[in-house]
Design a binder for this molecule. Sequence first.
Ligand code: CA
Length: 224
Amino acid sequence: MRVLVVEDDKDLNRQLGDALADAGYVVDRAFDGEEGHFLGDTEPYDAIILDLGLPQMDGLSVLERWRRDGRKTPVLILTARDRWSDKVAGIDAGADDYVAKPFHIEEVLARVRALIRRAAGHASSEISCGPLRIDTKTSRATVDGAPLKLTSLEFRLLAYLMHHLGEVISRTELVEHLYDQDFDRDSNTIEVFVGRLRKKMGVDMIETIRGMGYRIRAPEAPAG
Ligand code: CA
């Protein structure tokens, strides 16, 4: 899962970015409205944290432009405390949720998790399919209750597929959501990671759709 943080306060931007990275997200950062707008317009994020008070272009205008251009990425806005009119204006402009400053990082993390989950149509932090279960809150995965030892990249890959259960996800899409913008993106490495995941899972659940990508499906019930 890839998240963009648009916040001009350098310390706050760093704190948010570090906490998100620790929680297993890939994070891109922007420090003004123009840069933020550009990234949100051109990169496929799973969620965006957007401060409203930004230089170059204010957060509300950034959000309005994205929505006008049909960008549906879930957006969490950061508002000044007691500025209820900002919250109303932000939600009217297309924000999915807000957090008022000052906030606890944990609250932001919980709201981002919920936004991503809801965007994928899941009601709780756990997503399961057959014997496989992932918890997006703790970044843990189990097969038949037995924990899998996954690297953060392997978990991200599995979580992305699980958030899009039943859909065929192309390698390009995976690369775009699993690595940040500076990463040397080679879609062949995805195949390597899928191979490792399959080995660790031990159940045949990641299906390769030739020429198209991958899909998670429940193992077929034994015949008879
Ligand atoms: Ca600000």
